[in-house]
Design a protein around this ligand. Structure first.
Ligand SMILES: Nc1nc2c(ncn2[C@@H]2O[C@H](COP(=O)(O)OP(=O)(O)OP(=O)(O)O)[C@@H](O)[C@H]2O)c(=O)[nH]1
Ligand SMILES: [Mg+2]
Length: 439
């Protein structure tokens, strides 16, 4: 893994300030939007273990090429960094390599930008092989772009073309070559992983129960819902990306049918484009899901934009064959946090939406019933003839399907059962001696 900020294990808490540069021209005067965005950045920063001692929205009249911020802002920040003993300044926007370096010089502390911050988070969260490779690739490309610019900057300072070949320059060139070679290797490895992806999906389909995946924006309440539904004690708190690992747990639906619930990585707003591939790779669990629960924070000011973002990413995954084309049929929209809006009645619900509060438990029974219904609607009716002595096969059918009819003879039974298409395939693979009859 590329060097990561969080890899330096800290014994003493690292103190951070989080600032959100807010351009009036680009963002307008929407104070509520700025506050929500700042809170997201604070959550992201907390999730890599930094202690936030100061946070602020800084209005920008223009982006200054050398330092981004204006002179007065820099002066007052310098005082704050000193007074609060700040080790890291998180600037929630994209900084050019020169801006980052200049700000570090101004403040005498480490400065990280939004891309650097998110890369760090993804690095800690990537679970699959593709995810890990994809994140490392993004990290190296980020580093390389910083090296290249630094190099040209030095060249300019010397007023030449690098013929002098000073030691610093040689080192940078060597670093750049090393990074370049590693990138080529990673891309090859990724190719290989992608080619075998189809095979893995087949293997994963052998999980014995339908999979229900929770997706949605960071802080939407996925982990809280996951806990409410499993009664499990999985880490959930008001901290973005509290989930460090994709978590899977079996739960029982009202019908008695078992499903596997899977919590996933949260979406974040304005994901830097160079990180989209890495993020999508961390979402691979969704590809295996029989049902996708799209959890939304319906009380969030950007709720509608967040929804569009989520659907956009899923669509792009389907386009690249990471997700099966019929994914919209498998989705249920979960409007969470209705307690903040005065209960279920405040929110319109349709066939594809269920309003809930993961905190109060309001609407959870309806959600479970809806999941049950959705699973059943995708079922087929099949008839099998099998030896009565085959207890394992019979038990399997009772556990995974709904037995509609059964006629026992002396040695044999003729059984009609409703099964998911995948379950039917699983059953017929596992019990090859049993023959499906004409319905
Ligand atoms: N009022 C209210 N707060 C909720 C509800 N559900 C979750 N929250 C709060 O929202 C915050 C985020 O919840 P999480 O479950 O950690 O969110 P998440 O979607 O898992 O976030 P990531 O793991 O970062 O993607 C926590 O403070 C929860 O207590 C709800 O129904 N009502
Ligand atoms: Mg979570």
């Amino acid at each position: 893994m590329a060097t990561s900020f969080t890899e330096k294990k800290q014994t003493v808490a690292t103190r951070a300030a989080v600032i959100l540069p807010w351009e009036r021209s680009a963002h307008g005067q929407d104070v509520r939007a700025a506050e929500a965005r700042l809170e997201e950045a604070v959550g992201l920063t907390a999730s890599i273990g930094l202690v936030i001692v100061r946070k602020a929205v800084l209005l920008l009249r223009a982006r200054r090429s050398a330092t981004l911020l204006g002179k007065g802002q820099i002066d007052s920040l310098r005082i704050a960094v000193k007074a609060d003993n700040i080790d890291v300044l998180v600037v929630d926007t994209k900084l050019t390599p020169a801006q980052q370096r200049n700000l570090e010089t101004e403040f005498g502390c480490k400065v990280i930008d939004r891309t650097g911050l998110i890369l760090d988070i993804f690095g800690a969260r990537a679970a699959t092989r593709e995810g890990t490779l994809q994140v490392e690739l993004a990290h190296l490309e980020y580093q390389r772009s910083r090296l290249v610019r630094l190099w040209t900057h030095l060249e300019r300072q010397r007023g030449g073309f690098g013929f002098l070949g000073g030691p610093g320059e040689t080192q940078i060139e060597a670093d750049r070559r090393m990074i370049g070679e590693r990138i080529v290797r990673l891309k090859k490895d990724l190719e290989q992983v992608r080619r075998t992806r189809g095979l893995h999906r087949q293997a994963r389909k052998r999980v014995p129960f339908p999979v229900v995946a929770l997706v949605g924006y960071t802080n939407a309440g996925k982990s809280t819902l996951f806990n409410a539904l499993t009664g499990a004690t999985v880490y959930a708190q008001d901290q973005l990306f509290a989930t460090l690992d994709p978590t899977m747990r079996a739960i029982e639906l009202p019908s008695g049918r078992q499903v596997i619930l899977s919590d996933t990585v949260g979406f974040i707003s304005d994901l830097p484009t160079e990180l989209i591939a890495a993020f999508r790779a961390t979402l691979e669990e969704v590809a295996e899901a029989d049902i996708i629960l799209h959890v939304r924070d319906i009380a969030h000011p950007d709720s509608t934009t967040q929804k569009k973002d989520v659907l956009g990413v899923l669509e792009s995954m389907a386009k690249d064959n990471m997700l099966e084309q019929d994914w919209p049929n498998r989705m249920i929209e979960v409007l969470n946090k209705v307690d903040l809006l005065g209960g279920q009645a405040a929110v319109p619900q349709g066939d594809e939406t269920v309003a809930i509060s993961a905190i109060t438990g309001d609407g959870l029974d309806r959600l479970l019933a809806r999941i049950d219904q959705r699973i059943t609607s995708g079922m087929e009716v099949v008839r099998y003839a099998m030896p009565l002595a085959d207890g394992a096969a019979l038990a399997w059918l009772y556990q995974h399907g709904e037995v509609v009819d059964r006629k026992d003879q002396e040695e044999e039974t003729d059984i009609t059962v409703r099964l998911l298409a995948e379950d039917r395939a699983r059953f017929e693979r596992q019990f090859r001696h049993i023959t499906p009859q004409m319905a």
